[in-house]
Design a protein around this ligand. Structure first.
Ligand code: HPA
Ligand code: ZN
Length: 319
């Protein structure tokens, strides 16, 4: 799979492979609950989003320094390059690092220098999106966003992630309005585990430019029609959906149905170190289970570029 693609739904903290977690824990003297690499590797069986998030938040404690953020960014870009990724819009969770006492300048400075070096090494262009936790109060997101704006931290947009059920987008209306006023791009996870109503709120109240996941839109015909008419991008993550049991098996994945209905869907990897593979593995798994033809594969790749925040000229260069 070497069609040019843009990776638009990728959490940096979800690219931490078990061996990297083990190495960084030793290097930074961080004590994790796992007694060995094998013990850690036994933890990767998830029954829903929350059981995954518990492991992901535990393991990201190994990231301590600007150099760590730089190094894991480069490691991800090296792997992405091998999957044909030409542009990345990378998510990170600022609250996960601030609450451990790591300063924003270390986190963002490290990731940004990694992205710049990755562009020089692999030709992958980039944007950076700070995702706020929906399980934390909106006041926390607002405080951090204000700091990012006041201190001119280099971010291109904001997103919304973490536990979905019980945390509707409406809670973050002011945060997103503030981000839009400051010319930041806005995206949100919605309709992964949460109902179609959360997708509608993300559109109407947060005025997002993309929906991350969005697969539960299929439960609401009027919503599907609207998403088709608006050609609203949906960043779908097939291996994630199977591993977090939002769909039973890859053969049951609605991706092909979504394409057939004319939705602006593209494929992404979410947390590849946790879900069994990077972008190429997601394409391959979907192809094996659903038998995508060449034209469907080309549409998915092209949609990823169309759905990106690149300008028209840069998009034209890639498709
Ligand atoms: N959903 C919600 N929050 C997340 C995810 C996800 O798939 N990955 C990392 N944080
Ligand atoms: Zn995600």
């Amino acid at each position: 799979m070497k069609l040019p693609v843009a990776e638009l739904h990728i959490h940096l903290e979800g690219t931490l492979e078990p061996d990297v977690i083990d190495r960084l824990a030793k290097q930074n003297a961080v004590t994790l609950p796992w007694t060995s690499l094998e013990h850690l590797q036994e933890q990767y069986n998830f029954s829903n989003l929350q059981t995954f998030l518990d492991l992901y938040y535990t393991n990201l404690a190994v990231l301590r320094t600007r150099g760590d953020f730089h190094d894991v960014t480069i490691a991800y870009l090296r792997r992405a390059h091998a999957s044909g990724v030409r542009h990345v819009e990378l998510f990170f969770d600022p609250q996960a690092h601030l609450e451990r006492g790591i300063e924003l300048a270390e986190v963002i400075g490290g990731i940004r220098s990694g992205l710049r070096e990755g562009e020089a090494l692999f030709g992958i262009t980039h944007q950076l999106i700070a995702c706020f936790w929906r399980h934390a109060p909106a006041e926390s997101a607002m405080e951090i966003l204000r700091l990012m704006v006041e201190q001119q931290h280099e971010i291109d947009g904001i997103g919304l992630d973490s536990s979905e059920l019980g945390y509707p987008p409406v809670l973050f209306q002011e945060v997103f309005a503030f981000a839009r006023e400051h010319n930041l791009h806005v995206v949100a996870h919605a309709g992964e585990e949460g109902p179609p109503e959360y997708i509608i709120q993300a559109l109407d109240l947060l005025k997002v430019e993309r929906i991350d996941h969005g697969i539960r839109c299929l439960e609401d015909d009027a919503l599907v029609q609207r998403l088709v008419t608006e050609q609203m991008p949906l960043t779908v993550c097939p291996l994630s959906n199977v591993r977090l049991r939002t769909v039973d098996t890859m053969a049951d994945h609605p991706l092909k149905k979504m394409l057939e209905r004319g939705l602006m869907v593209s494929i992404h990897s979410d947390d590849p170190a946790y879900f069994g593979g990077y972008l190429d593995a997601n394409f391959e798994a979907v192809h094996q289970a659903l038998g995508l033809n060449g034209s469907e594969r080309a549409t998915l790749a092209r949609n990823s570029i169309t759905s990106s925040f690149l300008d028209a000229e840069a998009k034209a260069d890639l498709v």
